[in-house]
Ligand binder design. Structure first.
Ligand SMILES: *[C@@H]1O[C@H](CO)[C@@H](O)[C@H](O)[C@H]1NC(C)=O
Ligand SMILES: *[C@@H]1O[C@H](CO)[C@@H](O)[C@H](O)[C@H]1NC(C)=O
Ligand SMILES: *[C@@H]1O[C@H](CO)[C@@H](O)[C@H](O)[C@H]1NC(C)=O
Length: 579
Protein backbone atom coordinates (compact mmCIF):
# COMPACT_ATOMS: atom_id res chain seq x y z
CA UNK A 1 0.00 0.00 0.00
CA UNK A 2 2.55 2.52 1.16
CA UNK A 3 4.64 1.84 -1.90
CA UNK A 4 1.72 2.60 -4.18
CA UNK A 5 1.14 6.02 -2.62
CA UNK A 6 4.78 6.84 -2.88
CA UNK A 7 4.63 5.98 -6.53
CA UNK A 8 1.60 8.18 -7.03
CA UNK A 9 3.27 11.03 -5.20
CA UNK A 10 6.25 10.64 -7.48
CA UNK A 11 4.19 10.85 -10.65
CA UNK A 12 2.02 13.58 -9.31
CA UNK A 13 4.51 15.93 -7.74
CA UNK A 14 8.07 15.17 -8.62
CA UNK A 15 8.06 14.11 -12.24
CA UNK A 16 6.10 17.10 -13.55
CA UNK A 17 8.68 19.39 -12.02
CA UNK A 18 11.51 17.52 -13.68
CA UNK A 19 9.95 17.21 -17.10
CA UNK A 20 8.16 20.41 -17.89
CA UNK A 21 5.22 18.97 -19.74
CA UNK A 22 4.50 20.43 -23.16
CA UNK A 23 1.64 18.23 -24.13
CA UNK A 24 -0.89 18.16 -26.91
CA UNK A 25 -3.71 20.64 -27.38
CA UNK A 26 -7.26 19.26 -27.45
CA UNK A 27 -8.28 17.16 -30.45
CA UNK A 28 -10.64 18.35 -33.19
CA UNK A 29 -14.27 18.15 -32.17
CA UNK A 30 -15.66 17.48 -35.63
CA UNK A 31 -14.21 14.63 -37.70
CA UNK A 32 -15.32 13.97 -41.25
CA UNK A 33 -14.77 11.46 -44.01
CA UNK A 34 -11.11 11.73 -44.82
CA UNK A 35 -10.18 14.82 -46.80
CA UNK A 36 -13.74 16.21 -46.89
CA UNK A 37 -16.12 18.26 -44.75
CA UNK A 38 -18.82 15.65 -45.22
CA UNK A 39 -20.11 12.61 -43.37
CA UNK A 40 -18.96 13.82 -39.95
CA UNK A 41 -19.11 12.87 -36.31
CA UNK A 42 -19.33 15.52 -33.63
CA UNK A 43 -18.41 15.08 -30.01
CA UNK A 44 -17.55 17.09 -26.90
CA UNK A 45 -14.14 17.69 -25.40
CA UNK A 46 -14.84 14.71 -23.13
CA UNK A 47 -15.29 12.44 -26.14
CA UNK A 48 -18.84 11.42 -25.29
CA UNK A 49 -22.30 12.52 -24.14
CA UNK A 50 -24.36 11.56 -21.08
CA UNK A 51 -26.17 8.84 -23.08
CA UNK A 52 -22.93 7.82 -24.87
CA UNK A 53 -24.56 8.30 -28.26
CA UNK A 54 -22.48 9.14 -31.32
CA UNK A 55 -23.57 12.27 -33.01
CA UNK A 56 -23.48 12.57 -36.80
CA UNK A 57 -23.85 15.32 -39.36
CA UNK A 58 -23.91 15.35 -43.14
CA UNK A 59 -21.57 18.32 -43.31
CA UNK A 60 -19.58 20.85 -41.32
CA UNK A 61 -18.93 24.45 -42.38
CA UNK A 62 -16.37 26.86 -40.98
CA UNK A 63 -17.57 30.40 -41.74
CA UNK A 64 -14.92 33.10 -41.41
CA UNK A 65 -17.25 36.11 -41.53
CA UNK A 66 -20.81 37.09 -40.76
CA UNK A 67 -21.68 36.95 -44.49
CA UNK A 68 -20.45 33.37 -44.69
CA UNK A 69 -22.39 32.56 -41.55
CA UNK A 70 -25.59 33.96 -43.08
CA UNK A 71 -24.93 31.94 -46.24
CA UNK A 72 -24.49 28.74 -44.21
CA UNK A 73 -27.76 29.23 -42.34
CA UNK A 74 -29.57 30.14 -45.58
CA UNK A 75 -28.33 26.97 -47.24
CA UNK A 76 -29.60 24.82 -44.36
CA UNK A 77 -32.97 26.56 -44.25
CA UNK A 78 -33.38 26.25 -48.00
CA UNK A 79 -32.65 22.52 -47.75
CA UNK A 80 -34.89 22.19 -44.68
CA UNK A 81 -31.87 20.77 -42.90
CA UNK A 82 -31.31 20.61 -39.13
CA UNK A 83 -28.52 22.90 -37.89
CA UNK A 84 -26.36 23.01 -34.77
CA UNK A 85 -23.44 25.19 -33.76
CA UNK A 86 -20.23 23.73 -32.41
CA UNK A 87 -17.50 25.74 -30.70
CA UNK A 88 -13.72 25.45 -30.80
CA UNK A 89 -13.35 23.01 -27.88
CA UNK A 90 -16.99 22.08 -27.12
CA UNK A 91 -17.01 21.79 -23.34
CA UNK A 92 -20.75 21.39 -22.83
CA UNK A 93 -21.59 17.98 -21.42
CA UNK A 94 -25.21 17.60 -22.69
CA UNK A 95 -25.94 16.98 -26.38
CA UNK A 96 -26.35 20.61 -27.41
CA UNK A 97 -24.13 20.26 -30.50
CA UNK A 98 -26.00 17.37 -32.10
CA UNK A 99 -28.40 17.89 -35.00
CA UNK A 100 -30.88 15.01 -35.18
CA UNK A 101 -30.19 12.05 -37.41
CA UNK A 102 -27.25 12.09 -39.82
CA UNK A 103 -28.41 14.65 -42.38
CA UNK A 104 -27.83 17.79 -40.33
CA UNK A 105 -25.43 20.68 -40.81
CA UNK A 106 -22.92 21.65 -38.15
CA UNK A 107 -21.62 25.22 -38.11
CA UNK A 108 -18.31 25.60 -36.33
CA UNK A 109 -17.39 28.99 -34.86
CA UNK A 110 -13.69 28.07 -34.94
CA UNK A 111 -12.83 30.88 -37.37
CA UNK A 112 -15.35 33.41 -36.05
CA UNK A 113 -12.66 34.41 -33.59
CA UNK A 114 -12.01 38.09 -34.27
CA UNK A 115 -12.14 40.79 -31.65
CA UNK A 116 -13.87 43.48 -33.64
CA UNK A 117 -13.50 46.47 -31.34
CA UNK A 118 -12.46 47.39 -27.81
CA UNK A 119 -13.25 50.97 -26.88
CA UNK A 120 -11.57 52.26 -23.69
CA UNK A 121 -13.88 55.31 -23.58
CA UNK A 122 -17.24 53.55 -23.73
CA UNK A 123 -15.73 50.40 -22.17
CA UNK A 124 -17.52 48.29 -24.76
CA UNK A 125 -15.98 45.25 -26.40
CA UNK A 126 -17.39 43.71 -29.55
CA UNK A 127 -16.32 40.19 -30.46
CA UNK A 128 -17.32 37.40 -32.79
CA UNK A 129 -18.99 34.50 -31.01
CA UNK A 130 -16.08 32.07 -31.43
CA UNK A 131 -13.63 34.24 -29.48
CA UNK A 132 -12.45 32.34 -26.42
CA UNK A 133 -12.62 33.56 -22.85
CA UNK A 134 -8.86 33.65 -22.82
CA UNK A 135 -8.83 36.07 -25.77
CA UNK A 136 -11.57 38.23 -24.23
CA UNK A 137 -9.49 38.57 -21.06
CA UNK A 138 -6.29 39.32 -22.97
CA UNK A 139 -7.76 41.81 -25.43
CA UNK A 140 -9.67 43.62 -22.70
CA UNK A 141 -6.57 43.89 -20.51
CA UNK A 142 -4.56 45.27 -23.41
CA UNK A 143 -7.06 48.14 -23.50
CA UNK A 144 -6.90 48.51 -19.70
CA UNK A 145 -10.31 46.88 -19.25
CA UNK A 146 -11.81 43.79 -17.64
CA UNK A 147 -14.84 41.55 -17.82
CA UNK A 148 -15.34 41.32 -14.06
CA UNK A 149 -16.88 37.86 -13.57
CA UNK A 150 -16.19 34.83 -15.71
CA UNK A 151 -15.86 31.05 -15.55
CA UNK A 152 -12.41 29.83 -14.46
CA UNK A 153 -11.57 27.84 -17.59
CA UNK A 154 -10.07 29.62 -20.61
CA UNK A 155 -11.27 27.20 -23.25
CA UNK A 156 -14.86 28.46 -23.52
CA UNK A 157 -16.13 30.70 -26.31
CA UNK A 158 -18.33 33.74 -25.91
CA UNK A 159 -21.18 32.05 -27.81
CA UNK A 160 -20.83 28.89 -25.73
CA UNK A 161 -20.79 30.78 -22.42
CA UNK A 162 -23.95 32.68 -23.35
CA UNK A 163 -25.70 29.63 -24.77
CA UNK A 164 -25.33 27.72 -21.51
CA UNK A 165 -25.53 30.56 -18.97
CA UNK A 166 -21.91 30.07 -17.82
CA UNK A 167 -20.75 32.08 -14.81
CA UNK A 168 -18.02 32.74 -12.28
CA UNK A 169 -18.65 33.49 -8.60
CA UNK A 170 -20.09 36.75 -7.29
CA UNK A 171 -23.15 38.31 -5.72
CA UNK A 172 -21.86 41.80 -6.47
CA UNK A 173 -22.89 44.13 -9.27
CA UNK A 174 -25.07 42.18 -11.75
CA UNK A 175 -23.66 38.90 -10.45
CA UNK A 176 -21.31 36.37 -11.97
CA UNK A 177 -23.09 35.33 -15.20
CA UNK A 178 -21.35 36.47 -18.38
CA UNK A 179 -24.69 37.03 -20.13
CA UNK A 180 -25.61 39.77 -17.67
CA UNK A 181 -22.77 41.92 -19.04
CA UNK A 182 -24.00 41.67 -22.63
CA UNK A 183 -25.40 44.91 -24.07
CA UNK A 184 -25.71 43.96 -27.72
CA UNK A 185 -25.92 40.87 -29.90
CA UNK A 186 -26.17 39.93 -33.55
CA UNK A 187 -27.91 36.65 -34.19
CA UNK A 188 -28.41 34.84 -37.49
CA UNK A 189 -31.80 33.16 -37.71
CA UNK A 190 -33.89 31.45 -40.40
CA UNK A 191 -36.01 33.73 -42.57
CA UNK A 192 -38.53 33.49 -45.39
CA UNK A 193 -37.50 32.74 -49.00
CA UNK A 194 -38.24 36.41 -49.82
CA UNK A 195 -35.70 37.44 -47.20
CA UNK A 196 -33.13 35.01 -48.58
CA UNK A 197 -33.74 32.16 -46.05
CA UNK A 198 -31.60 33.73 -43.32
CA UNK A 199 -31.30 37.11 -41.66
CA UNK A 200 -29.34 39.02 -39.05
CA UNK A 201 -31.19 40.21 -35.98
CA UNK A 202 -29.39 42.97 -34.15
CA UNK A 203 -30.54 43.37 -30.55
CA UNK A 204 -29.75 45.68 -27.66
CA UNK A 205 -31.05 45.96 -24.12
CA UNK A 206 -34.11 47.97 -25.22
CA UNK A 207 -35.38 44.88 -26.97
CA UNK A 208 -37.21 42.51 -24.59
CA UNK A 209 -36.25 39.54 -26.82
CA UNK A 210 -32.73 40.06 -25.54
CA UNK A 211 -33.85 38.16 -22.43
CA UNK A 212 -34.40 35.10 -24.59
CA UNK A 213 -31.30 35.52 -26.74
CA UNK A 214 -28.85 36.01 -23.85
CA UNK A 215 -29.23 32.35 -22.74
CA UNK A 216 -30.66 30.32 -25.59
CA UNK A 217 -29.19 26.76 -25.58
CA UNK A 218 -28.47 27.46 -29.24
CA UNK A 219 -32.08 26.92 -30.33
CA UNK A 220 -32.79 30.46 -31.56
CA UNK A 221 -30.11 30.72 -34.26
CA UNK A 222 -26.36 31.30 -34.42
CA UNK A 223 -24.79 34.07 -32.38
CA UNK A 224 -22.61 36.08 -34.72
CA UNK A 225 -21.34 38.97 -32.60
CA UNK A 226 -21.59 40.04 -28.98
CA UNK A 227 -21.00 43.40 -27.30
CA UNK A 228 -19.89 43.23 -23.67
CA UNK A 229 -19.83 46.03 -21.11
CA UNK A 230 -16.47 46.05 -19.36
CA UNK A 231 -14.88 47.86 -16.40
CA UNK A 232 -11.50 49.47 -15.88
CA UNK A 233 -8.93 46.78 -15.12
CA UNK A 234 -8.26 46.33 -11.40
CA UNK A 235 -6.14 44.39 -8.92
CA UNK A 236 -7.25 41.47 -6.75
CA UNK A 237 -5.96 39.94 -3.56
CA UNK A 238 -6.60 36.25 -2.91
CA UNK A 239 -6.12 34.14 0.19
CA UNK A 240 -7.27 30.53 0.30
CA UNK A 241 -8.07 29.62 3.85
CA UNK A 242 -8.57 25.99 4.91
CA UNK A 243 -10.91 25.62 7.88
CA UNK A 244 -13.16 23.18 9.66
CA UNK A 245 -16.60 22.69 8.09
CA UNK A 246 -18.36 22.98 11.47
CA UNK A 247 -20.03 26.31 10.66
CA UNK A 248 -20.28 25.90 6.88
CA UNK A 249 -24.07 26.08 6.94
CA UNK A 250 -23.86 29.50 8.61
CA UNK A 251 -21.06 30.74 6.37
CA UNK A 252 -22.54 29.71 3.04
CA UNK A 253 -24.81 32.74 2.57
CA UNK A 254 -22.79 35.43 4.30
CA UNK A 255 -19.44 34.58 2.70
CA UNK A 256 -20.75 35.52 -0.72
CA UNK A 257 -21.78 38.98 0.42
CA UNK A 258 -18.46 39.56 2.18
CA UNK A 259 -16.05 38.86 -0.67
CA UNK A 260 -16.56 40.02 -4.23
CA UNK A 261 -15.06 36.94 -5.93
CA UNK A 262 -15.33 34.46 -3.06
CA UNK A 263 -16.06 30.80 -3.58
CA UNK A 264 -16.04 27.72 -1.38
CA UNK A 265 -14.57 24.25 -1.91
CA UNK A 266 -15.91 21.65 0.48
CA UNK A 267 -14.12 18.39 1.32
CA UNK A 268 -16.99 16.77 3.24
CA UNK A 269 -15.26 13.51 4.23
CA UNK A 270 -12.31 15.44 5.63
CA UNK A 271 -14.69 17.91 7.30
CA UNK A 272 -12.74 20.75 5.79
CA UNK A 273 -13.58 23.79 3.70
CA UNK A 274 -11.36 25.95 1.56
CA UNK A 275 -12.68 29.51 1.57
CA UNK A 276 -11.36 31.63 -1.30
CA UNK A 277 -11.14 35.10 0.26
CA UNK A 278 -10.92 37.10 -2.92
CA UNK A 279 -11.44 40.85 -3.20
CA UNK A 280 -10.70 43.83 -5.38
CA UNK A 281 -7.88 46.02 -4.02
CA UNK A 282 -6.76 49.52 -4.91
CA UNK A 283 -4.85 49.83 -8.13
CA UNK A 284 -1.70 50.96 -6.34
CA UNK A 285 -1.43 47.61 -4.55
CA UNK A 286 1.52 45.82 -6.06
CA UNK A 287 1.78 42.23 -7.17
CA UNK A 288 2.28 40.09 -10.22
CA UNK A 289 0.34 37.09 -8.94
CA UNK A 290 -1.37 34.75 -11.35
CA UNK A 291 -3.17 31.44 -11.58
CA UNK A 292 -2.29 28.34 -13.57
CA UNK A 293 -4.83 26.03 -11.92
CA UNK A 294 -3.38 22.56 -11.45
CA UNK A 295 -6.53 20.81 -12.63
CA UNK A 296 -6.34 22.63 -16.00
CA UNK A 297 -2.65 22.08 -16.67
CA UNK A 298 -1.18 19.82 -19.22
CA UNK A 299 -0.58 16.64 -17.28
CA UNK A 300 1.71 13.75 -18.11
CA UNK A 301 -0.17 10.97 -19.84
CA UNK A 302 1.60 8.42 -17.65
CA UNK A 303 0.40 10.18 -14.54
CA UNK A 304 -3.18 10.39 -15.81
CA UNK A 305 -3.18 6.70 -16.72
CA UNK A 306 -1.76 5.73 -13.36
CA UNK A 307 -4.29 7.76 -11.40
CA UNK A 308 -7.17 6.41 -13.46
CA UNK A 309 -6.07 2.83 -13.09
CA UNK A 310 -5.65 3.20 -9.34
CA UNK A 311 -9.17 4.63 -9.20
CA UNK A 312 -10.47 1.71 -11.26
CA UNK A 313 -8.77 -0.73 -8.92
CA UNK A 314 -10.35 0.96 -5.90
CA UNK A 315 -13.76 0.73 -7.57
CA UNK A 316 -13.25 -2.91 -8.50
CA UNK A 317 -12.13 -3.94 -5.02
CA UNK A 318 -14.58 -1.56 -3.32
CA UNK A 319 -11.66 -0.07 -1.46
CA UNK A 320 -13.12 3.08 0.10
CA UNK A 321 -10.28 3.36 2.61
CA UNK A 322 -7.67 3.83 -0.09
CA UNK A 323 -9.92 6.38 -1.80
CA UNK A 324 -10.16 8.35 1.44
CA UNK A 325 -6.41 8.20 2.04
CA UNK A 326 -5.63 9.19 -1.53
CA UNK A 327 -8.11 12.06 -1.31
CA UNK A 328 -6.43 13.36 1.83
CA UNK A 329 -3.02 13.17 0.23
CA UNK A 330 -4.19 14.78 -2.97
CA UNK A 331 -6.05 17.64 -1.30
CA UNK A 332 -3.15 18.31 1.08
CA UNK A 333 -0.71 18.42 -1.84
CA UNK A 334 -2.95 20.76 -3.82
CA UNK A 335 -3.65 23.11 -0.94
CA UNK A 336 -0.06 23.23 0.29
CA UNK A 337 1.28 24.06 -3.13
CA UNK A 338 -1.30 26.82 -3.66
CA UNK A 339 -3.53 24.97 -6.19
CA UNK A 340 -1.74 26.73 -9.02
CA UNK A 341 -1.81 30.26 -7.61
CA UNK A 342 1.59 31.91 -7.90
CA UNK A 343 2.96 35.09 -6.35
CA UNK A 344 5.01 35.71 -9.48
CA UNK A 345 5.56 33.91 -12.74
CA UNK A 346 7.58 31.21 -11.07
CA UNK A 347 6.18 29.95 -7.80
CA UNK A 348 3.79 30.06 -4.91
CA UNK A 349 5.30 31.25 -1.66
CA UNK A 350 2.46 32.54 0.49
CA UNK A 351 -0.92 34.24 0.60
CA UNK A 352 -2.17 36.75 -0.24
CA UNK A 353 -1.60 36.36 -3.94
CA UNK A 354 -1.98 39.87 -5.34
CA UNK A 355 -2.15 40.56 -9.02
CA UNK A 356 -4.04 42.06 -11.89
CA UNK A 357 -7.52 40.63 -12.39
CA UNK A 358 -6.72 39.40 -15.87
CA UNK A 359 -3.97 37.16 -14.55
CA UNK A 360 -6.18 35.68 -11.83
CA UNK A 361 -9.65 35.26 -13.28
CA UNK A 362 -9.16 32.10 -15.36
CA UNK A 363 -6.55 29.68 -16.67
CA UNK A 364 -6.08 26.70 -18.94
CA UNK A 365 -2.46 25.69 -19.24
CA UNK A 366 -3.29 22.54 -21.19
CA UNK A 367 -4.66 24.49 -24.16
CA UNK A 368 -1.23 25.82 -24.91
CA UNK A 369 0.89 23.28 -26.50
CA UNK A 370 2.44 22.28 -29.75
CA UNK A 371 1.12 19.02 -31.17
CA UNK A 372 3.36 16.24 -29.88
CA UNK A 373 3.03 12.54 -29.39
CA UNK A 374 0.48 13.00 -26.62
CA UNK A 375 3.07 12.79 -23.86
CA UNK A 376 0.75 15.00 -21.88
CA UNK A 377 -2.69 16.52 -22.32
CA UNK A 378 -5.69 18.09 -20.60
CA UNK A 379 -6.61 15.67 -17.80
CA UNK A 380 -9.95 14.80 -19.45
CA UNK A 381 -8.60 14.39 -22.99
CA UNK A 382 -10.42 11.31 -24.36
CA UNK A 383 -7.36 10.17 -26.32
CA UNK A 384 -5.71 9.41 -22.99
CA UNK A 385 -7.09 6.83 -20.56
CA UNK A 386 -7.27 9.52 -17.90
CA UNK A 387 -10.12 11.29 -16.13
CA UNK A 388 -13.65 10.22 -17.03
CA UNK A 389 -16.38 11.69 -14.90
CA UNK A 390 -19.92 12.83 -14.37
CA UNK A 391 -20.53 16.41 -13.37
CA UNK A 392 -23.58 17.39 -11.39
CA UNK A 393 -23.93 21.17 -11.14
CA UNK A 394 -27.05 22.63 -9.59
CA UNK A 395 -27.74 26.09 -8.21
CA UNK A 396 -29.69 26.24 -4.97
CA UNK A 397 -31.42 29.43 -3.84
CA UNK A 398 -29.48 31.14 -1.06
CA UNK A 399 -32.50 30.88 1.23
CA UNK A 400 -32.23 27.08 0.99
CA UNK A 401 -28.45 26.80 1.09
CA UNK A 402 -28.18 26.36 4.86
CA UNK A 403 -30.69 23.50 4.99
CA UNK A 404 -29.06 21.84 2.00
CA UNK A 405 -25.64 21.86 3.71
CA UNK A 406 -27.17 20.50 6.93
CA UNK A 407 -28.77 17.63 4.96
CA UNK A 408 -25.55 16.77 3.16
CA UNK A 409 -23.69 16.77 6.47
CA UNK A 410 -26.28 14.41 7.95
CA UNK A 411 -25.83 12.06 4.99
CA UNK A 412 -22.03 12.33 5.29
CA UNK A 413 -22.25 11.40 8.98
CA UNK A 414 -24.33 8.33 8.13
CA UNK A 415 -21.91 7.25 5.37
CA UNK A 416 -18.55 8.73 6.39
CA UNK A 417 -16.55 7.32 3.45
CA UNK A 418 -19.26 8.01 0.89
CA UNK A 419 -17.82 11.24 -0.48
CA UNK A 420 -14.08 10.51 -0.56
CA UNK A 421 -14.39 9.80 -4.28
CA UNK A 422 -15.70 13.33 -4.87
CA UNK A 423 -12.63 14.74 -3.12
CA UNK A 424 -10.40 13.03 -5.68
CA UNK A 425 -11.95 15.58 -8.10
CA UNK A 426 -11.19 18.46 -5.73
CA UNK A 427 -14.34 18.31 -3.64
CA UNK A 428 -17.61 20.19 -3.96
CA UNK A 429 -17.07 23.58 -5.59
CA UNK A 430 -19.61 26.24 -4.64
CA UNK A 431 -19.85 29.47 -6.63
CA UNK A 432 -22.25 32.38 -6.21
CA UNK A 433 -24.60 33.50 -8.95
CA UNK A 434 -27.34 36.13 -9.02
CA UNK A 435 -30.91 36.22 -10.29
CA UNK A 436 -31.01 37.28 -13.95
CA UNK A 437 -33.48 38.88 -16.33
CA UNK A 438 -32.59 36.19 -18.90
CA UNK A 439 -35.62 33.92 -19.33
CA UNK A 440 -33.43 30.82 -18.90
CA UNK A 441 -31.13 32.51 -16.36
CA UNK A 442 -31.13 32.04 -12.58
CA UNK A 443 -34.48 32.74 -10.96
CA UNK A 444 -33.02 33.86 -7.61
CA UNK A 445 -29.66 34.54 -5.99
CA UNK A 446 -28.08 31.15 -5.53
CA UNK A 447 -25.09 29.03 -4.74
CA UNK A 448 -24.06 26.79 -7.61
CA UNK A 449 -22.96 23.41 -6.28
CA UNK A 450 -20.57 21.61 -8.62
CA UNK A 451 -19.74 17.94 -7.98
CA UNK A 452 -17.40 15.95 -10.20
CA UNK A 453 -17.12 12.18 -9.72
CA UNK A 454 -15.91 8.93 -11.20
CA UNK A 455 -17.73 7.54 -14.22
CA UNK A 456 -17.11 3.98 -15.30
CA UNK A 457 -16.14 3.25 -18.89
CA UNK A 458 -18.79 0.52 -18.68
CA UNK A 459 -22.30 2.06 -18.45
CA UNK A 460 -23.65 -1.03 -16.69
CA UNK A 461 -21.12 -0.94 -13.85
CA UNK A 462 -22.28 0.64 -10.56
CA UNK A 463 -19.97 3.00 -8.68
CA UNK A 464 -18.77 2.82 -5.10
CA UNK A 465 -21.29 4.72 -2.92
CA UNK A 466 -23.17 5.98 -5.92
CA UNK A 467 -26.30 6.22 -3.76
CA UNK A 468 -24.76 9.07 -1.77
CA UNK A 469 -24.11 11.33 -4.76
CA UNK A 470 -27.47 10.35 -6.31
CA UNK A 471 -29.24 11.37 -3.13
CA UNK A 472 -27.47 14.75 -3.06
CA UNK A 473 -28.32 15.24 -6.75
CA UNK A 474 -32.04 14.57 -6.20
CA UNK A 475 -32.08 16.56 -2.97
CA UNK A 476 -30.63 19.59 -4.75
CA UNK A 477 -33.01 19.27 -7.71
CA UNK A 478 -36.26 18.35 -6.01
CA UNK A 479 -36.20 18.97 -2.26
CA UNK A 480 -34.53 22.35 -2.75
CA UNK A 481 -35.81 23.14 -6.25
CA UNK A 482 -32.33 23.70 -7.70
CA UNK A 483 -31.65 24.67 -11.32
CA UNK A 484 -29.25 22.53 -13.36
CA UNK A 485 -26.37 24.25 -15.18
CA UNK A 486 -27.34 24.05 -18.88
CA UNK A 487 -23.85 23.05 -19.94
CA UNK A 488 -23.28 20.26 -17.41
CA UNK A 489 -25.28 17.49 -15.71
CA UNK A 490 -26.80 14.12 -16.50
CA UNK A 491 -30.19 13.63 -18.14
CA UNK A 492 -32.33 13.34 -15.02
CA UNK A 493 -31.47 16.91 -13.99
CA UNK A 494 -33.36 18.29 -16.99
CA UNK A 495 -36.59 16.33 -16.61
CA UNK A 496 -39.41 18.87 -16.31
CA UNK A 497 -36.88 21.65 -15.80
CA UNK A 498 -38.92 24.27 -17.67
CA UNK A 499 -41.48 24.29 -14.86
CA UNK A 500 -38.83 26.01 -12.76
CA UNK A 501 -38.60 29.01 -15.10
CA UNK A 502 -41.28 31.68 -14.65
CA UNK A 503 -40.64 33.08 -18.15
CA UNK A 504 -40.15 29.74 -19.91
CA UNK A 505 -43.29 30.38 -21.98
CA UNK A 506 -41.87 33.68 -23.20
CA UNK A 507 -38.70 31.92 -24.27
CA UNK A 508 -40.71 29.42 -26.32
CA UNK A 509 -42.62 32.28 -27.98
CA UNK A 510 -39.38 33.87 -29.14
CA UNK A 511 -38.17 30.49 -30.37
CA UNK A 512 -41.37 30.02 -32.40
CA UNK A 513 -40.92 33.48 -33.86
CA UNK A 514 -37.20 33.14 -34.71
CA UNK A 515 -37.14 29.52 -35.88
CA UNK A 516 -40.70 28.42 -36.68
CA UNK A 517 -39.52 25.20 -38.37
CA UNK A 518 -37.40 24.24 -35.36
CA UNK A 519 -34.31 23.71 -37.52
CA UNK A 520 -32.02 24.73 -34.66
CA UNK A 521 -33.80 22.30 -32.34
CA UNK A 522 -33.20 18.60 -31.84
CA UNK A 523 -35.01 15.80 -30.09
CA UNK A 524 -32.78 16.53 -27.08
CA UNK A 525 -33.48 20.28 -26.88
CA UNK A 526 -37.21 19.67 -27.44
CA UNK A 527 -37.19 17.24 -24.51
CA UNK A 528 -35.30 19.67 -22.29
CA UNK A 529 -37.67 22.50 -23.25
CA UNK A 530 -40.65 20.26 -22.51
CA UNK A 531 -41.91 20.39 -26.10
CA UNK A 532 -41.55 16.73 -26.86
CA UNK A 533 -41.79 14.33 -23.91
CA UNK A 534 -39.22 13.99 -21.17
CA UNK A 535 -35.50 13.60 -21.03
CA UNK A 536 -35.38 10.33 -19.10
CA UNK A 537 -34.35 7.17 -20.86
CA UNK A 538 -35.87 4.27 -18.96
CA UNK A 539 -34.07 0.99 -19.53
CA UNK A 540 -31.97 -1.58 -17.72
CA UNK A 541 -29.27 0.14 -15.67
CA UNK A 542 -30.46 3.64 -16.60
CA UNK A 543 -30.03 5.09 -13.10
CA UNK A 544 -26.33 4.17 -13.04
CA UNK A 545 -25.64 6.85 -15.65
CA UNK A 546 -28.29 9.30 -14.52
CA UNK A 547 -30.41 8.62 -17.61
CA UNK A 548 -33.33 8.06 -15.22
CA UNK A 549 -34.21 8.05 -11.54
CA UNK A 550 -34.68 4.41 -10.58
CA UNK A 551 -38.16 3.17 -9.82
CA UNK A 552 -37.34 -0.54 -10.11
CA UNK A 553 -34.30 -2.57 -9.16
CA UNK A 554 -33.56 -3.33 -12.81
CA UNK A 555 -32.76 0.38 -13.32
CA UNK A 556 -29.79 -0.20 -11.01
CA UNK A 557 -27.68 -3.37 -11.06
CA UNK A 558 -29.42 -6.07 -9.01
CA UNK A 559 -26.99 -8.75 -10.23
CA UNK A 560 -24.21 -6.70 -8.61
CA UNK A 561 -26.26 -6.13 -5.42
CA UNK A 562 -27.29 -2.57 -6.29
CA UNK A 563 -31.03 -2.08 -5.68
CA UNK A 564 -33.40 0.87 -6.01
CA UNK A 565 -34.04 2.20 -2.51
CA UNK A 566 -35.17 5.45 -0.82
CA UNK A 567 -32.57 7.99 0.24
CA UNK A 568 -31.24 7.98 3.79
CA UNK A 569 -31.91 11.65 4.59
CA UNK A 570 -34.15 12.69 1.70
CA UNK A 571 -36.62 9.83 1.80
CA UNK A 572 -38.28 10.80 -1.49
CA UNK A 573 -35.04 10.16 -3.35
CA UNK A 574 -34.71 6.85 -5.21
CA UNK A 575 -31.12 5.74 -5.44
CA UNK A 576 -29.05 2.69 -6.37
CA UNK A 577 -27.87 1.29 -3.04
CA UNK A 578 -25.63 -1.70 -2.49
CA UNK A 579 -27.23 -4.18 -0.13
C1 LIG B 1 -20.53 7.82 -43.74
O1 LIG B 1 -19.77 7.13 -42.77
C2 LIG B 1 -20.36 5.93 -42.33
C3 LIG B 1 -19.52 5.38 -41.20
O2 LIG B 1 -18.15 5.56 -41.42
C4 LIG B 1 -20.50 4.97 -43.49
O3 LIG B 1 -21.11 3.79 -43.06
C5 LIG B 1 -21.32 5.63 -44.58
O4 LIG B 1 -21.39 4.80 -45.71
C6 LIG B 1 -20.74 6.98 -44.98
N1 LIG B 1 -21.64 7.66 -45.88
C7 LIG B 1 -21.21 8.26 -46.98
C8 LIG B 1 -22.24 8.95 -47.80
O5 LIG B 1 -20.05 8.25 -47.31
C1 LIG C 1 -8.52 32.17 -35.19
O1 LIG C 1 -8.41 30.77 -35.16
C2 LIG C 1 -7.50 30.25 -36.11
C3 LIG C 1 -7.60 28.73 -36.05
O2 LIG C 1 -7.28 28.25 -34.79
C4 LIG C 1 -6.11 30.77 -35.86
O3 LIG C 1 -5.23 30.29 -36.83
C5 LIG C 1 -6.13 32.28 -35.85
O4 LIG C 1 -4.87 32.77 -35.49
C6 LIG C 1 -7.18 32.81 -34.90
N1 LIG C 1 -7.30 34.23 -35.03
C7 LIG C 1 -7.30 35.06 -34.01
C8 LIG C 1 -7.51 36.51 -34.33
O5 LIG C 1 -7.13 34.69 -32.86
C1 LIG D 1 -3.14 53.83 -2.61
O1 LIG D 1 -3.71 55.04 -3.03
C2 LIG D 1 -4.65 55.60 -2.13
C3 LIG D 1 -5.24 56.84 -2.74
O2 LIG D 1 -5.20 56.82 -4.10
C4 LIG D 1 -3.96 55.90 -0.79
O3 LIG D 1 -4.91 56.40 0.12
C5 LIG D 1 -3.31 54.66 -0.25
O4 LIG D 1 -2.57 54.95 0.91
C6 LIG D 1 -2.39 54.03 -1.29
N1 LIG D 1 -1.96 52.72 -0.81
C7 LIG D 1 -0.71 52.32 -0.92
C8 LIG D 1 -0.43 50.94 -0.41
O5 LIG D 1 0.16 53.00 -1.43
Amino acid sequence: MRKKWRLVLWWQCVLPMVLRARGSPPDDIVKCMSGTTQNCTVTSSYGTFPDRSVCRAAEVVYPTSEQELVAAVAMAVKNNQKVKVVTRYSHSIPKLVCPDGNTGLVISTLFLNTTIRVDPTTMLMMVESGVTLREVIQEAATAGLALPYTPYWWGLTVGGMLGTGAHGSSLWDKGSAVHDYVVGMRLVTPASPQEGYAKIRSLNLDNPQMNAVKVSLGVLGVISQVTLKLQPLFMRSITNSLRSDLDLEDMVSSFGTQHEFGDITWYPSQRKVLYKVDDRVTMNASGIGNIDFMGFRSTLTLELVLLRSSEETQELTRDADTKCTMAKLQVATLVNTGLGYKNNDVSFTSYPVIGSHHRLQASGGCLDSPRDALLSACPWDPRVKGEFFHQTTISIGLSNAKDFIIDVKMLRDMVPKGLCGVELYNGILMRYVKASSAYLGKQEDAIDVDITYYRSKDPMKPRLYEDVVEEIEQMALFKYGGLPHWGKNRNLAFDGVMRKYAMGGEFLKVKKNYDPMGLFSSEWTDQVLGINGGVSVVKEGCALEGLCICSQDIHCAPAKQYFCRPGKVYKDARVCTRI
